[in-house]
Write a protein that binds this ligand. Structure first.
Ligand code: B12
Ligand code: SF4
Length: 467
């Protein structure tokens, strides 16, 4: 017998001004919706970024009261966490509410306190757990579940990691709309975007990184889906641009090469974006095939130009290796984006300001740079705690020092940005994005005409920040 008639899978985030946060579907939530769809009579997937009418909790609550008997909310991100708590706590308390996601798993106790209407929290990867909830397995028997009972909260033991070779991939027919590159509410490209996850976990152990740790601090063992199942999924993807959201697409080079071969063989024509390590540059055959298969954007973790810091972060690479790798990578018609971390332990202002120079020397097309952050289970936490003069104010927050507080790092950030993103660089980015097909000539013209809207969005964002 079916326990729930109509489940709502809700992505509650919508007040996002950051471009990247608009561009991709809520992958984790889509996995959840897909895994329960055959076990309930109906699933509605609502992504509030694209559902203006339901951004008002009263309107959403009315819809829920009329239709829904199970609410499943994804709480993933550190940012906007308090706004999301406010929003969720306004949903109807009489309807069973399950919450899951990265941030929800980190904040189980707090969420139960903060949102009295939350009945259950699923900790970690939730595909197996949601199936047990909707099929009526008693709560006490569901591993990975925290739930309310007799005025308290019960935390069941941890659920083993799901076997990703058995999990169905997201059913895109549950979506009501496509995903676009949007900045300050303005659509910048006519291309549609999607994500495909082919592996989970990462075998490396960089000290600052919690990518392959789940929010419970467990190392996610590296596991792969079969290449055949990835191709099957890709055939269901209509979007023009696909981000392979694996931590590092080139972990198993033989498999990456095989995937490229199959993409070419099956004539799957997309612009692919991947997260990668510089090591891939040693494998020209794989790069040749990747370029041919449509891999147009590499997002590469470089972290620092300084050997001392790379060593401190256990990144396993040196400045010279980065230079050698880029000497190869820049020979391909691939857009190269680099990630850097500044404000590292013992890093001087001069060293931080070398980031834009170095990035230009190795010919990166664009960069993002973030302050060193401390997550609950990050191995760097202990190092920061033991280093005199260094501190962090909260888990998930940035690391500061007596020399480099918030104000100093902000000034340094502005200098890194202005030194890297000068006019010739901006022109170069537009040209390259056009050449590799990320944006079309028509997109550029239409963005030009939307400039007043963009400026209005930017001003609104600044006003919101000041509040
Ligand atoms: C791919 C990726 C991205 C992609 C986009 C992903 C997307 N679809 O939106 C890009 C490159 C755009 C991106 C950007 C950012 N990312 Co990111 N990203 C990842 C990465 C590598 C994989 C995410 C993923 O697809 N996981 C696989 C899915 C299946 O897992 P999942 O999303 O966690 O969902 C499972 C569970 O959480 C749970 N679950 C989720 N929702 C629900 C709901 C219910 C009801 C239930 C029951 C269960 C449940 O079940 C799901 C299935 O198993 C993770 C690291 C990692 N390996 O997880 C970081 C990660 C999620 N990103 C992170 C961060 C910080 C960011 C940025 C803020 C970075 C920045 N400063 O710009 C931005 C902002 C993005 C945003 N949307 O706001 C952090 C999040 C930490 C936090 N709590 O804030 C992570 C964990 C990395 C880290 N350790 O630092 N990211
Ligand atoms: S930084 Fe990249 S390579 Fe290092 S552990 Fe994290 S995901 Fe793996």
């Amino acid at each position: 017998m079916i326990k729930y008639k109509h489940a709502l899978a809700l992505n509650p985030y919508f007040r996002e001004s950051n471009t990247i946060r608009w561009t991709f579907p809520p992958t984790g939530l889509e996995y959840i919706a897909t895994n329960m769809k055959d076990l309930v009579s109906k699933v509605t997937l609502l992504d509030l970024r694209y559902e203006k009418a339901y951004q008002d909790p009263k309107a959403l609550s009315e819809f829920i009261r009329n239709e829904i008997d199970l609410i499943c909310v994804s709480i993933q991100w550190e940012s906007r966490f308090e706004d999301i708590c406010d929003f969720v706590s306004q949903l109807p308390p009489e309807i069973c509410t399950v919450v899951g996601g990265y941030k929800a798993t980190e904040e189980v106790e707090y969420l139960f306190d903060r949102c009295p209407n939350i009945d259950m929290i699923v900790r970690g990867e939730g595909e197996e757990i949601i199936k047990q909830i909707v099929t009526g397995v008693p709560y006490r028997d569901i591993r990975g579940l925290s739930y309310r009972e007799n005025g308290g909260v019960v935390h069941n033991e941890i659920h083993p990691l799901p076997d990703i070779t058995r999990i169905p991939f997201p059913d895109r027919s549950l979506r009501k709309h496509d995903y676009y590159l949007v900045k300050h509410g303005v659509r910048l490209s006519s291309h549609t975007f999607d994500t495909v996850l082919t592996t989970r976990g990462c075998p490396f152990k960089c000290k600052f990184c919690t990518f392959s740790l789940n929010p419970l601090g467990q190392k996610r063992s590296y596991t792969e889906r079969s290449v055949e199942s990835v191709i099957k999924e890709l055939k269901t993807v209509k979007a023009d641009v696909v981000l392979f959201s694996d931590d590092n697409f080139f972990t198993n080079l033989k498999r990456s090469e095989q995937l490229c071969d199959l993409i070419i063989e099956n004539k799957i024509k997309k612009i692919f974006v991947v997260q990668a390590r510089i090591d891939v540059a040693k494998h020209r055959r794989v790069l040749d095939k990747a370029e041919k298969a449509g891999f147009k954007v590499f997002l590469i973790g470089i972290e620092s130009p300084h050997d001392r810091i790379l060593k401190q972060l256990d990144k396993g690479i040196t400045q010279q290796q980065v230079r050698d790798a880029f000497a190869v990578l820049t020979q391909y018609d691939i857009y190269l984006h680099g990630y850097f971390i500044y404000g590292n332990i013992g890093e001087t202002e001069e060293e931080m300001l070398y980031i834009p120079k170095f990035a230009k020397e190795i010919k990166l097309d664009s960069i993002t740079f973030q302050k060193l952050r401390i997550e609950r289970f990050s191995p760097l936490k202990e190092v920061v705690e033991k280093t005199p003069g260094y501190y962090y104010n909260r888990i998930g927050g940035s690391v500061y020092s007596d020399h480099y507080g918030r104000k100093e790092l902000k000034q340094i950030r502005n200098r890194i940005r202005s030194e890297f993103y000068d006019l010739p660089k901006v022109i170069h980015i537009i040209r390259k994005a056009r050449r590799i097909g990320l944006v079309g000539g028509r997109d550029l013209t239409s963005t030009f005409f939307k400039l007043p809207l963009l400026m209005y969005g930017l001003a609104r964002r600044k006003r919101e920040r000041r509040r």
